[in-house]
Design a protein around this ligand. Structure first.
Ligand code: CUA
Length: 322
């Protein structure tokens, strides 16, 4: 028992750091957080007396049958088995309905972003600005961002614990979730619905920037890719176009117009590869190109067998896609 308590505490602290459910940083998450505590306290109201009675029963031998004792028992059964559940469950019902109504209110929209789930990555469309990106959603702080959720294959779930609740991406239907980040920063998001082999590696990040920084970022993303800066990168672009890359990926401003995988026009500005599976570094990219199965088994990204020289040229090109 003495070991269990600190372990549980550690686990809870671990959850707090990893998921931030207990650390809301936006109005919707704050509301859910408040509801969570209220439900937790109500559950405690039932759990604590039940535990106390259980311990009492364990350590006290049964007294002889008597009229006063039967009276006590009857009161316990009626109070604990009827009155208490009615009070607690009614309170939970009212609180949950109140939150459901509150959270379904639609605030005025400052920005609309479409998020499309794929096995196993997120396509991000900035419909107001006319460009696409993947796996990283940049938003302005203090603005109401409407995120429209769709899926191209199975059911996924969009979960950003510090800013919003979970909302499913359902085939043939568009759901919406609202984000409003009070502070600039990076928020970790997850797919919260089992969607196949790499469900656990279907992560995303929300990057909240001050409004002026966001506008600068969006203007940079709207631009087509710059021409390769040198001969090595130029060769990299040729490899990109002649190997399989261009069949699935778009690089705006080039002949690469495949629509199956993530848009790579500003690939070098991203922090991670393969929906948060690994950091976007040179070594990780080399492995992702040559042996994607080692990073993400079951991925639709095929292996591309390149010589060291070709890989170096392709790197030079990918790194120029800022
Ligand atoms: Cu997508 Cu789990």
């Amino acid at each position: 028992m003495s070991r269990v308590v600190p372990l549980t505490l550690l686990l809870l602290l671990g959850c707090g750091n990893a998921f931030g459910v207990l650390n809301p940083r936006g109005p919707i998450a704050a509301h859910i957080h408040e509801l969570w505590w209220l439900l937790f306290l109500l559950a405690l109201l039932v759990f604590a007396p039940v535990l106390a009675l259980l311990l009492y029963a364990l350590f006290h031998s049964r007294a002889k049958e008597s009229a006063p004792r039967r009276d006590v028992e009857r009161r316990l059964v009626v109070g604990g088995g009827l009155v208490m559940p009615i009070v607690v469950l009614s309170a939970m019902f009212v609180l949950t309905i109140r939150s459901t109504v509150e959270l379904s209110k639609q605030p005025t929209t400052d920005l609309t972003i479409q998020v499309i789930g794929h096995q196993w990555w997120w396509e991000i469309r900035y419909v107001d600005y006319g460009f696409d990106t993947a796996n990283e959603i940049t938003i302005p702080t203090e603005k109401n961002v409407r995120v429209e959720l769709q899926t191209r294959d199975v059911i996924h779930s969009f979960w950003l614990p510090e800013l919003s609740g979970k909302v499913d991406l359902v085939p043939g239907h568009t759901n919406a979730v609202w984000l409003n980040a009070k502070e600039a920063g990076v928020y970790q998001g997850y797919c919260a619905e089992f969607c196949g082999l790499q469900h656990a590696l279907m992560k995303f990040q929300v990057i909240a920037l001050r409004s002026d920084e966001f506008e600068n970022w969006a203007r940079a993303q709207q631009r087509n890719a710059l021409p390769p800066p040198d001969a090595l990168a130029q060769r990299g672009l040729q490899i990109f176009l002649t190997e399989e890359c261009a069949t699935c990926h778009v690089v705006r401003g080039t002949n690469a117009q495949g629509g199956k995988g993530p848009d790579l026009t500003h690939f070098a500005s991203r922090r991670t590869l393969a929906a948060g599976a690994v950091k976007n570094t040179r070594d990780a990219l080399a492995q992702w190109i040559r042996e994607p199965e080692k990073i993400k088994r079951g991925t639709t990204m095929p292996p591309t067998l390149l010589s060291d020289a070709d890989l170096q040229a392709l790197h030079a090109y990918m790194e120029s896609l800022k």
